[in-house]
Design a protein around this ligand. Structure first.
Ligand code: DNO
Length: 357
């Protein structure tokens, strides 16, 4: 298990790498060029500057999250060739600086979605919350108005440049079925996987979060069947998964321990976090401790330990604790606690294994 920490870049994150350095066991920084518009080529000098900065702290910069996919590729429209060529160039450029894994997702328009970013937990901390009723069962027209005004929803994973194009994007997706989206994903992968292989990079698709259709838009990377289907698209070693416990686990039909056993080998990158799922399907993000939420985090780490998982792992979101002001879910403190918990479990399982108990 190669422990990493996600960081959003100089001037774009409240967390300093000097402080990340003080968390035991962190080997690398998961990074991205967050100032780039989706679809643009990541230029060599931009990559070099970021990678050198990260390495100057003694961290590796092997994992990028995310190189986002332009909507034209997901829609499969006439513009896609240009954006696929740009994507290939970005892969080559990243490979040139020793990057090993690129995380990406294939969710139409929206990335991960929550209805509240700072919901109070009983212990006085806050964390991100998903209220089904607030996101689902809404009149599409009303939704479009809501997003046009960007009023009562904040979408931390969302590229703000989409706000102005929301009506047009919804219209473009009106006719797109799940099958179309699968076909467009396969087309994209056939194009880029040979380039990724040559660059020594594994592509790692992130599951949809939450893993079901929202706002009437198709979502396809949702659980066991879809991960199997993804693998069938290509057996290239570069066709990988970002195994995300919190995204897959928010559908309680997904047993994350079983899924980890089935897919860890094909997942060069793993995100670990816990959530508490309520009876009505709402969920809130909790600490990493298994007993704080609905997911068996220790079971997942056991699977990783049993298989001597050597992929990259990061604590995913954390709560906002001890008064920290930070990007939603991406503070220093709770993620540092998460790391210690995950490494503690790992050490214990490894010791038991070595002693044959
Ligand atoms: C949420 C993250 C996602 C993830 C992208 C991957 O915190 O896990 O934003 O980075 O969906 O492309």
């Amino acid at each position: 298990m190669n422990m990493t920490f996600r960081w959003f870049g100089r001037g774009n994150d409240t967390v300093q790498l000097e402080h990340v350095k003080q968390i035991p066991g962190v080997k690398g920084i998961v990074w991205g060029l967050h100032q780039k518009a989706v679809g643009e080529v990541w230029e060599k000098h931009e990559i070099e500057s970021e990678v050198n900065y990260i390495r100057s702290f003694g961290f590796h910069a092997d994992v990028v999250e995310s190189v986002n996919i332009h909507e034209s590729i997901k829609l499969g429209n006439a513009e896609r060739s240009r954006y696929i060529e740009n994507y290939k160039q970005t892969i080559r450029n990243l490979g040139g600086f020793g990057v090993k894994v690129i995380c990406y997702n294939f969710m139409p328009i929206f990335d991960w979605t929550r209805s509240e970013l700072f919901r109070a937990l009983p212990d006085g901390s806050t964390s991100m919350f998903y209220e089904k009723e607030k996101v689902e069962n809404r009149d599409p027209q009303e939704l479009i108005e809501t997003f046009s005004n960007y009023s009562d929803f904040t979408l931390p994973g969302w590229e703000p440049e989409k706000i102005g194009r929301i009506k047009e994007l919804f219209a473009a997706y009106r006719e797109l079925t799940e099958e179309d989206l699968w076909n467009n994903l396969a087309y994209f992968l056939y194009e880029i996987l040979p380039v990724a292989e040559e660059a020594g990079i594994k592509m790692a698709i992130h599951p949809d979060d939450p893993p079901w259709s929202i706002f009437g838009l198709p979502r396809i990377i949702t659980g066991k069947e879809s991960l199997e289907r993804l693998q069938k698209i290509s057996d290239s070693p570069s066709n990988g998964i970002t195994f995300c416990t919190g995204s897959l686990g928010s559908n309680s039909d997904n047993n994350i321990v079983e899924l980890a056993a089935d897919f860890a080998e094909r997942s060069p990158f793993t995100h670990i976090r816990n959530i508490k799922i309520f009876e009505n399907g709402d969920f809130i993000e909790t600490s990493h401790l298994s007993s704080d939420g609905s997911l068996d985090i220790k079971g997942v780490v056991k699977v990783l330990s049993d298989s001597q998982y050597d992929g990259y792992v990061r604590p995913d979101h954390g709560r906002h604790i001890w008064g920290e002001k930070c990007r939603p879910g991406y503070g220093l403190y709770d993620r540092a606690l998460g790391i210690m918990h995950l490494l503690g479990l790992w050490d214990a399982y490894q010791t038991v294994k070595q002693e044959g108990k």
